[in-house]
Structures are given as structure tokens and as C-alpha cells.
Design a binder for this molecule. Structure first.
Ligand code: NDP
Length: 363
């Protein structure tokens, strides 16, 4: 459990609290009448999970282009680990978290796609979703279909939109056709289990890697055509076997340092190396000449935030995600739940490769 909540507010505790007469003379009442407090998880410096502190913060009204959303559940993502550890350097102090679902409480000027009372979910910059309530830019927030629960919404937005842009928008020259082989590392993780199911729905033969036999079984049960335990097997040799020596059209690689070199060798000529993460550490610098020697390969380093830079593309991608989830083609596996105040343990388990599927912080 985390240490006691640090009180940050000095005036009142809740929006509804009366403000005493004397105070009314000295302060702008309207401003304080809408101020409320929220529990939040914050770091004051980069470091291990022990840096995650439960604090109380003030939350005001949304400005132009913003909404205030009261969360019902919060999603945990590996990017939260990078931002906490300093692999991705961030300005301090930092309220962590990139994904959540809840109910819109208030909308600022110019927001037309949401209104108070709407169920909603998002994956978005800036960080700050580890909390009960927050103000944030509206453009990344989407209405959540009634058929999708808050927990599922919180678990799936960042990971599901990532699977969407990888499989649909990050394709080799000539695209992907049913029957094509793709290699997907960490296939039993949050993004991985969604990708296994979605790839199957697209008719692709996804070869998944994972760090244990149990995780491989999970990937297979969720649509992977083949699974390789890369802790005990040479994944390059297995990929060559499975594809009769031809290799795959795309490698989707979020593991980074540990898988990079062999992943390039898994590709067909003109194949695409789609790097999108660094769970084992960042990919070391490499000489472009090796791409020619290995078969005129393409390399890209993708991030979700380029794809969801506009309201239009965010909504189009979210509609695609909502459709595959609502139809049952993709099930969102929430395999771990932690109360918000146990976020340190959630981070430890994610980094220690103890989790599968998605993890949700409950409020
Ligand atoms: P996961 O649930 O997939 O957890 C990460 C997994 O990586 C682990 O479970 C583990 O699976 C595997 N892994 C391999 N080596 C290591 C290591 N040394 N330490 C820890 N884990 C390792 O996380 P997410 O679903 O949240 O994210 C998956 C990946 O996708 C992450 O790298 C994340 O940064 C990236 N990502 C990138 C995005 C982008 O747009 N660029 C957006 C979203 C996610 P196993 O034990 O099976 O090897």
C-alpha cells in the first residue's frame, strides 16, 4: 500500500462545500466553487516503482477544447514504465497514465462530440490518467458504446488502437493478404493478445512469441497460428521452419534490444521491420547497409500518437476497434486488476513479465 494521501488543497474539500463569508470577500468564489479534489498517482523523479506516490490534486473546469472526465477504470501500459523509469525523459512532477474510461462531467468551449453524462474512453497524451477525475484535451476522447464496459474501455483503448494501426496501417509494400505470415513478439501481452485475435480475423497467419509455454498456449488460444517460446527456442530457426524458409512479410517488434537482430533475419526480401517498443531495452544504433544485405528491407519506428494526432483519425481507428470488440472477434482479456493505491505492485508485475493480456487499475 502507498503512503497516506498528501493533501494539496487549501480551500474546501469538495465542490459542494460551503465557502465561509470571510473567504468570500477575499477570493473569486466562482473559481473555487468548481474546484474539486482527486486522488492521483504522481512521481517527483524518475526511478523504480517506489517513486509512485498517491497524492491529492485539485481539478478545475475544462477550458476551450477540453473535457473533465470522472474515471471508472484506468488502463496500465508499458509506456507508463518507460515514463516512470526515465527511458522516456519527462518533466517533473508527473501524473502518470495514458488510458482510462469514465463519464464526462463537463465540456469546454468548442467541444461538440461529447456532452456531460456521456460514457467515454481514451488513449492519449498528456499523461495523467492514474486518478479519479481529470481535465484533458477532448480530441482524443471517444464516446464508449453502451455494449462495452468501462473496464474493457479502460483496458483496450491504448492497446487496441495500437493493434489497429499496426495491422491496418503499418503494412509492407503491396499490403497484407489473407494467408500471409507475420511475426508478433510478446504475443501474450496486452497489445499482443488483441493483435493475435485481430490478425486471425483478417485471415493472417500470426506467429507469436512469448516468454513461457503457458503464455504460448494463451496466444494460440487467442488466434495465433503458431507460437514460439523465445526463452527456450531459437525463434529465427522456428520461423524459417514454419514458413518453409521464406520468412515473414512483417515483424511487429515491441521487445527491442533482445529481438532486433534475429527479427531482421526472419523477414522476406522487401519485408517490413515495424519496431514499436523497447520492453527489453532500446534498439542499438545500426548501419543502414545491413538492410540491403538482408534483402532490401524496410524499417519503421511507429508510435500511436502520430496516428491519433487528429480527432478524425482517432475516431476512425476507435470505430474500427469498437466494431471488432462489439462483434466478439476480439475479446479484451483483463487478466489483472489492482486498486489504484496498489499501482506500485502493478508496475512490478508488468516489468517482471508476470502479467498477461491487459491490466486495469480499479477506483
Ligand atoms: P505487455 O503486456 O506486452 O508487457 C510487455 C511484455 O514484453 C512482457 O509481458 C514480456 O512478455 C515482454 N518482454 C520481453 N522482454 C522483456 C523484458 N526484458 N522486460 C519486460 N518485458 C519483456 O505490455 P503492453 O501491452 O502495454 O505493451 C506491449 C509493448 O508495446 C511494449 O513494449 C509497449 O511499449 C509497446 N507499445 C508501443 C506503442 C507504440 O505506439 N509505439 C503503443 C502501445 C504499446 P514475454 O514474457 O512473453 O516475453
Amino acid at each position: 500500500m502507498l503512503a497516506n494521501v498528501t493533501k494539496k488543497l487549501h480551500f474546501g474539500r469538495k465542490t459542494s462545500n460551503p465557502v465561509h463569508g470571510n473567504m468570500a470577500k477575499h477570493f473569486n468564489l466562482e473559481k473555487f466553487m468548481t474546484l474539486q479534489t482527486s486522488r492521483a498517482i504522481r512521481i517527483d523523479q524518475h526511478g523504480g516503482p517506489e517513486q509512485l506516490k498517491l497524492v491529492e490534486v485539485s481539478v478545475g473546469d475544462p477550458g476551450a477544447g477540453e473535457v473533465r472526465i470522472r474515471h471508472h477504470a484506468v488502463g496500465l501500459n508499458f509506456i507508463d514504465v518507460y515514463q516512470r523509469s526515465g527511458l522516456y525523459p519527462m518533466a517533473m512532477p508527473l501524473q502518470l497514465g495514458m488510458e482510462a474510461a469514465g463519464v464526462i462531467e463537463a465540456v469546454g468551449a468548442g467541444v461538440t462530440h461529447l456532452q456531460p453524462g456521456d460514457r467515454a474512453a481514451y488513449a492519449s497524451q498528456p499523461p495523467g490518467s492514474y486518478c479519479d477525475v481529470r481535465v484533458m484535451p477532448a480530441k482524443s476522447v471517444c464516446k464508449l458504446p453502451d455494449a462495452i464496459s468501462f473496464e474493457t474501455g479502460a483496458a483496450m483503448m491504448l492497446k487496441g488502437l495500437t493493434a489497429q494501426y499496426l495491422l491496418k496501417r503499418t503494412q509492407p509494400q503491396g499490403g497484407l493478404q489473407p494467408g500471409d505470415f507475420v511475426l508478433f513478439h510478446a504475443a501474450a501481452g496486452g497489445v499482443g493478445l488483441i493483435a493475435c485475435q485481430w490478425a486471425k480475423a483478417m485471415g493472417l497467419q500470426l506467429i507469436g512469441t512469448a516468454g513461457s509455454d503457458a503464455k504460448c498456449a494463451l496466444a494460440l488460444a487467442n488466434g495465433a497460428a503458431f507460437a514460439i517460446n523465445y526463452s527456450t527456442e531459437d525463434f529465427l530457426a522456428r520461423v524459417k521452419d514454419i514458413t518453409a524458409g521464406r520468412g515473414v512479410k512483417v515483424v511487429y517488434d515491441s521487445v527491442g534490444k533482445d529481438t532486433w537482430d534475429k527479427s531482421l533475419d526472419c523477414l522476406q526480401p522487401f519485408g517490413l521491420m515495424a519496431s514499436f517498443g523497447n520492453a527489453s531495452g532500446p534498439v542499438p544504433p545500426f548501419a543502414p547497409g545491413i538492410l540491403g544485405a538482408k534483402g532490401s528491407l524496410y524499417v519503421t519506428r511507429q508510435t500511436l500518437f502520430t496516428h491519433i494526432a487528429t480527432r478524425e483519425s482517432t475516431q476512425a481507428m476507435a470505430d474500427d476497434l469498437f466494431a471488432v470488440v462489439s462483434s466478439g472477434q476480439v475479446n479484451i482479456h483483463i487478466d489483472q486488476r489492482f486498486p489504484l493505491e496498489e499501482v506500485q505492485q502493478a508496475h512490478r508485475d508488468l516489468e517482471a513479465r508476470k502479467t498477461t493480456g491487459c491490466t486495469v487499475l480499479t477506483l
